[in-house]
Design a protein around this ligand. Structure first.
Ligand code: ZN
Length: 202
């Protein structure tokens, strides 16, 4: 991660981009360097922009921006030092580990549940996403994930198949569509047998 320091201040503090205190450093004294190098030179983290809370603080503008185009709600929980995000197709949590920010996905997203209830639901580590130093990288992943879900609902065949990861994802969607088809047929047969109306499949 790149951080910002002042070469004139005796406070020896480093900041994330977007920190209000970094913005106060005059350009003549502003230096951008790798966090590891800053630490090696005796700088320590700023209490305003460090940690999970600080990352949310400096990302607030970008987070609010996401919510303008798609369903996107977020909440930083002080007690667990975790950021929770709710979108149309998923519920997520992000927290900070030594390796970076890690992303967890709510295992069974029940959209009738309240935000509060979902915060205490079951999560799994999103295994195809590494620990990122950038919080917004995770946010981008979540947005892309939602976009893919929407395409699958419309038609999985429209999913891109360029990269290896995309091909794997396509295969999964294809299998899921087949499963749903089988379930639909089963349900249709069931409803014919029992005379009960068909339930809508998610
Ligand atoms: Zn700062």
């Amino acid at each position: 991660m790149k951080v910002i320091v002042s070469d004139a201040s005796r406070k020896m503090v480093y900041h994330r981009g977007g920190c209000i205190y970094a913005a106060r450093i005059k350009s003549a004294h502003r230096m951008t360097l790798k966090m590891n190098d800053a630490v090696r030179h005796g700088y320590h983290e700023c209490s305003c922009c460090s940690g999970m809370k600080g990352a949310v603080r400096v990302s607030r503008k970008a987070l609010n921006q996401v919510g303008q185009d798609i369903a996107f709600e977020y909440l930083y929980d002080d007690k667990s030092d975790t950021l929770f995000i709710r979108t149309e197709f998923g519920f997520w949590k992000i927290y900070q580990k030594e390796s970076g920010f890690v992303l967890y996905h709510c295992s069974r997203y029940d959209r009738t549940k309240t935000f509060e209830a979902l915060m205490h639901d079951v999560f799994h580590r999103q295994s195809d996403v590494p620990a990122y130093e950038s919080l917004l990288k995770h946010v981008n992943y979540i947005v892309e994930h939602d976009r893919a879900k929407r395409i699958i609902l419309e038609d999985y065949k429209k999913l891109p198949q360029r990269t290896k990861k995309q091909k794997k994802y396509y295969k999964k969607a294809e299998q899921r569509a087949r499963r749903l088809q089988i379930m639909r047929v089963d349900m249709l047969l069931d409803s014919l047998k029992t005379g009960k109306p068909l339930k809508q499949l998610a």
